[in-house]
Design a binder for this molecule. Structure first.
Ligand SMILES: Nc1ncnc2c1ncn2[C@@H]1O[C@H](COP(=O)(O)OP(=O)(O)OP(=O)(O)O)[C@@H](O)[C@H]1O
Ligand SMILES: [Mg+2]
Length: 223
């Protein structure tokens, strides 16, 4: 199996009057095709670690290798391209644009891209919404969708650029049991059928069962 991401002594210390070591000396590898669950108590550093891996935040020490290249050597432009082309983010609170329809939300990440796109964006967005079970909801606004449906739109949006790595921060945290199970089944489908590499935060051991590998973090350290 190919190593997609490797962290080396990855450390994040938030500076304040009492500095917080949110992530400490983390060494981990993510292999192409894996579905990993990242577990740990509240405040243990899960979101911080995910944000570092997705280049939404910069480490205090250590480094992240993506396909063997150190992110610390990327320029701001290269990092933006990396985030847009390689990473798909899914958040607990969906983060959809309320004034945009489901279809427009899915297309959103591609709007800042200059020049001609190599594929029909709208057709791909429709296909993705159908894949996540929303083929009858293209023109609904987030306020007209259930929580589970909003999360499906967010998943379709995260997939629009065919990311190599899908990062999900408690994607079922705001859903009831039934909707949570359906979203989880969708992640399982993406991993098993579409070979999507996934790193998913959860603090629910039941949710984590679908994942092939479990990482536990406590006080910023991988156990
Ligand atoms: N921007 C920040 N500035 C200072 N401290 C922060 C910041 N963000 C997070 N922290 C602290 O870093 C630690 C790790 O936070 P993080 O959000 O990564 O935890 P988490 O495991 O995702 O928790 P939860 O399960 O509650 O989402 C916590 O103690 C938190 O208070
Ligand atoms: Mg968190």
């Amino acid at each position: 199996m190919n190593i997609l991401v490797q962290t080396k002594n990855l450390t994040k210390i938030y500076a304040s009057e009492k500095p917080v070591a949110a992530v400490q000396q983390v060494n981990l590898s993510i292999y192409t095709g894996e579905f990993i669950a990242l577990l740990g108590p509240s405040g243990s550093g899960k979101t911080t670690l995910l944000n570092l891996i997705g280049a939404l935040d910069v480490p205090t020490e250590g480094e992240i290798l993506y396909k063997g290249n150190s992110l610390s050597k990327f320029s701001e432009n290269e990092l933006a391209t990396f985030r847009r082309n390689e990473i798909g983010f899914i958040f607990q609170l969906f983060h959809l644009f309320p004034a945009l329809t489901a279809l427009e939300n899915v297309i959103m990440p591609l709007l800042p891209v200059k020049g001609r796109l190599e594929f029909d964006v709208e057709e791909r967005a429709r296909d993705l919404l159908a894949t996540v079970g929303l083929k009858d909801r293209f023109n609904h606004f987030p306020a007209q969708l259930s929580g589970g449906e909003c999360q499906r739109v967010a998943i379709a949006r995260a997939l629009i650029n065919t990311p190599t790595l899908l990062l999900a921060d408690e994607p079922t945290g705001n859903l009831d049991t039934q909707n949570g199970a359906e979203i989880l089944a969708l992640f399982d489908f993406l991993n098993q059928q579409l070979k999507q590499t996934i790193l998913m935060i959860t603090h629910d051991a039941k949710i984590a069962r679908k994942a092939q590998r479990h990482l536990y973090i406590e006080d910023g350290r991988i156990l």
